[in-house]
Design a protein around this ligand. Structure first.
Ligand code: GLU
Length: 492
């Protein structure tokens, strides 16, 4: 099995493209075949080196490797011209200067559903020596090149997913395969490139289905074997409309920035149009390789639901060994983290990072949630969340916080158990609900009403820093939202 992924590098790699890449990759890996990467860069203006790099980068991040390529389509123009000359010489193609107006008139004469045939107008169906480059046959003005479609018969697309689709020749226009400036058209280049790469299975988005007969006709004219085709179902958002930006992250880059794990993304993308048959949802990449098959791909549109991806990602995060999670978090913060984490000089002490990851693991669905949850362990918060302050640092809250300060200052030990014993004792003595103690403390330490478990958080922050932040909260005037004397500074 030889498959290919053939992106046009006109921007970021979108979810649909990533799914196409993944399905091809799974086929190559499960069959022991090869995945060819072809960059379809014929749109010179949009195919910038940066865009190419973006695609490669997204594939690398997804950990989808390829066996051959990248082959750049523009670098194959010599070969394209050669095949064009071959088709002109064999009479399968002809020069045609027919205009859109000519095509219209032809259809008025022969009927609207009758495919355009330009050969009767062609001045030079085949250059005598077969050597003239396209568009410069003899002394003629440059003309486009059209492929001759036989009048009889039909081209049948055998699609593994969609079954057979028949295209009657009588209705197909002779397609233009090269422009009058000699440049070849997309469907011609794709057919030649797939042929030369020995592609056995063309797996791509459904939007390409209408291109397939044209590509097959080119292969037919060359007497070449046909690959099998599989057109993957469209992607919709949860509202049933075609997937777009308003459904959340639309590109691989955005998924990465949102803090998803590549393994979870692969798992989720695999479920977009494919199912294992037994409703399995969580599947390792190895399982996907073992179980994936084109026969189980659906024809119906698949639904991309970011909420489901988040949920799945949460499972993957919780399944990671803590050391690996800490590594992922560090990588993520270095690449995508808030400026504070990235370059305010905050030292992410590896030991503290591992412990912070351990106490946050249960509460995170994506890596982006780490810093809002645990950043207070590395840097003094910039201020208080206004709602949290109003709710928990009023007179009652501050009174409880003052008591908490005494209890923590006197705690016999400051590990998790020691902190818990101190707070439990205080709660009993005051006869209040736990949250009346925990929440003011949380706001004082983190600036928000959310944190990992309070005992673990306090223990990890350490006695000295905990007391300092409590003092700042107690000293802060009620209208002031900044911690007294607080500014971003390293805190390890
Ligand atoms: N370059 C096309 C695209 O990015 C894919 C062509 C193909 O797979 O045949 O949509």
């Amino acid at each position: 099995m030889r498959v290919r992924f053939a992106p046009s590098p006109t921007g970021a790699l979108h979810i649909g493209g990533a799914r196409t890449a993944l399905f091809n990759w799974l086929l190559a890996r499960s069959s022991g075949g090869a995945l060819v990467l072809r960059i379809e860069d014929t749109d010179r203006e949009r195919s910038t080196p940066e865009n190419v790099e973006q695609i490669l980068d997204a594939l690398r991040w997804l950990e989808l490797d390829w066996d051959e390529g990248p082959i750049f389509q523009t670098q194959r123009s010599g070969r394209h011209q050669e095949v064009l000359r071959q088709l002109l010489a064999s009479g399968h193609a002809y020069h045609s200067d027919a205009t859109a107006q000519d095509v219209k008139q032809y259809k008025e004469r022969h009927g609207a559903d009758r495919g355009f045939r330009g050969a009767e107008r062609a001045q030079d169906a085949a250059p005598a020596d077969g050597e003239a480059p396209a568009g410069q046959a003899g002394d003629e003005a440059p003309a486009a090149v059209r492929l001759r479609v036989p009048d009889e018969g039909a081209t049948v697309v055998h699609d593994v997913i969609r079954g057979e689709t028949r295209f009657e020749h009588i209705h197909l226009d002779d397609p233009v395969i090269a422009r009058s400036d000699g440049s070849v058209l997309y469907n011609f280049a794709v057919a030649v490139d797939d042929l030369d790469a020995g592609i056995t299975h063309v797996v791509r988005g459904e939007d390409h289905l209408s291109n397939t007969p044209k590509q097959l006709l080119v292969l037919e004219a060359l007497g070449a074997p046909q690959p099998l085709y599989a057109h993957l179902p469209l992607l919709h958002g949860p509202d049933g409309k075609k997937l777009s930006k308003r459904h959340g992250a639309a590109s691989v880059q955005e998924l990465r920035a949102a803090g998803y794990l590549p393994a979870a993304v692969r798992n989720y993308l695999a479920l977009l149009g494919w199912g294992s048959g037994d409703d399995a949802t969580v599947m390792s990449t190895q399982e996907l390789i073992e179980r994936f098959s084109l026969e189980r791909v659906s024809r119906n549109p698949a639904q991309f639901d970011e909420a489901k991806l988040r949920w799945l990602n949460g499972l993957y995060i919780r399944a990671l060994p803590v050391a690996e999670l800490a590594e992922r978090v560090a990588e993520y913060l270095a690449a995508e983290g808030p400026p504070l984490a990235r370059d305010a000089g905050v030292v992410l002490d590896p030991d503290r990072l591992a412990r912070a990851a351990a106490i946050s693991q249960e509460k995170m669905q994506v890596l982006a949630e780490f810093w809002p949850l645990a950043g207070f362990l590395f840097a003094v918060p910039e201020g208080y969340d206004e709602k949290a302050r109003a709710r928990w640092l009023g007179d009652d809250g501050r009174a409880a916080l003052a008591e908490t300060r005494c209890a923590l200052a006197a705690a016999a030990s400051f590990d998790e158990a020691g902190v818990q014993a101190a707070l439990d004792g205080l709660q009993e003595r005051l006869g209040v609900k736990p949250r009346e103690i925990y929440q003011p403390l949380r706001v004082a330490l983190t600036g928000t009403a959310i944190s990992p478990g309070i005992f673990e958080s306090v223990a990890l922050l350490g006695r000295e820093e905990t007391l300092r932040r409590i003092d700042a909260a107690l000293g802060a005037h009620s209208g002031e939202t900044r911690l007294k004397g607080a500014h971003m500074r390293p805190n390890t």
